[in-house]
Design a protein around this ligand. Structure first.
Ligand code: MF3
Ligand code: CO
Length: 255
C-alpha cells in the first residue's frame, strides 16, 4: 500500500480529531482513581468521545469489544475493559483511544500512575514518553522512516528496557491503520523517505524486563512474557517541511 499524503484540508480535520482526542485523554487521566473498574474507564471514554461528536474508532474494530484499550501493569496494550478489573493505588494504567472526526482518525495513548507508584514504574512511564519525543526528532521531510525506529529503540535499550517488537506504530488517516508500519526498534534498512503530509501514529511500547510478549486467551490482551511492567505512549503526528506537528498533543505543553 502506498503512503497517502494528506492535503492541508485533511490535516486540519486530523488536527481537530487530535485536539478532541487529547481532551478525552486529559479528562480520562483526571477521572482515574483507585476502586474504579476498567469498564468504568471505557464507559466514560465512550461518553466523552461521543460528546465531542466523534466515533470511538476502536469499538468493533476487528471485533474489539470496547472504545478504550485499558492495559494495567504487565499488560502492554489492548487490555479489554472489564467490570471485574479494579484499579488500585500503585498500578500503572495505559489508556489507548482513537476517535473519528468527519471521517478522519486520531490515535493516541498515555500511561498513568495511580497514586503513588514505585520508582521503577515512574521511570518506565517517563522513559516511554521520552522515547516518543526522541523518535520524532527524526520525523522530518527527507529523513527515512527507520531513523525514527532506530532513535526510539536505542533510547530505550540504552536504558536497559525491553522494546516490544511484535507491535508497531503505523500510518493513520481515513483508516485507523494505514501504511507504513513503524517499528520501535532498530532495523538494518532505511525505510521510505519521509514527506510532508504523511500522518503517522508513533507508539513506543516499552517493558521493564524482556521485549517478548504473549497474547492472553482473549486473543487481544498483550502482556510482557516475564510479566514485568509495561508502558505505552502514542501520538498522531504529521510530517511537515520543518518540525513535525503533534496533532494529538497540542493543548497541553507538558504532554
Ligand atoms: N492504537 C491501537 C493500535 O494502533 C489500536 C487498537 S485497535 C483495538 O494498535 F481494536 F484494539 F482497539
Ligand atoms: Co496506534
Amino acid at each position: 500500500m502506498p503512503i497517502s499524503i494528506k492535503s492541508s484540508r485533511e490535516i486540519e480535520l486530523m488536527a481537530e480529531a487530535g485536539r478532541i482526542l487529547e481532551k478525552v485523554h486529559l479528562e480520562l487521566g483526571k477521572a482515574l482513581h483507585p476502586g474504579m473498574s476498567t469498564l468504568d474507564i471505557d464507559r466514560l471514554g465512550k461518553k466523552l468521545i461521543e460528546g465531542y461528536g466523534c466515533i470511538p474508532s476502536f469499538l468493533n474494530y476487528n471485533g474489539y469489544p470496547a472504545s478504550i484499550c485499558v492495559s494495567v501493569n504487565e499488560e502492554v496494550v489492548h487490555g479489554i475493559p472489564s467490570r471485574h478489573r479494579i484499579i488500585k493505588e500503585g498500578d500503572i494504567v495505559s489508556l489507548d483511544a482513537g476517535v473519528i472526526y468527519k471521517g478522519y482518525h486520531s490515535d493516541a495513548a498515555r500511561t498513568h500512575a495511580i497514586g503513588k507508584v514505585s520508582k521503577e514504574a515512574e521511570d518506565l512511564i517517563k522513559v516511554t514518553r521520552e522515547c516518543f519525543f526522541e523518535g520524532i526528532k527524526y520525523a522530518k521531510e527527507g529523513n527515512h522512516l527507520f531513523d525514527i525506529s532506530r532513535a526510539i529503540g536505542r533510547y530505550a535499550s540504552e536504558r536497559g528496557y525491553g522494546v516490544v517488537r511484535d507491535l508497531c506504530g503505523h500510518g493513520v488517516g481515513t483508516a485507523l491503520h494505514e501504511a507504513p508500519e513503524i517499528p520501535n526498534y532498530e532495523v538494518p534498512r532505511k525505510g521510505v523517505k519521509l514527506r510532508a503530509g504523511m500522518t503517522l501514529a508513533i507508539e513506543p511500547m516499552i517493558n521493564i524486563g524482556g521485549w517478548e510478549v504473549d497474547w492472553l486467551d482473549d486473543d487481544w490482551t498483550v502482556v510482557s512474557r516475564d510479566r514485568t511492567l509495561s508502558a505505552h505512549y502514542e501520538n498522531t503526528i504529521v510530517i511537515t517541511d520543518g518540525e513535525p506537528r503533534i496533532l494529538s498533543a497540542s493543548l497541553d505543553g507538558s504532554k
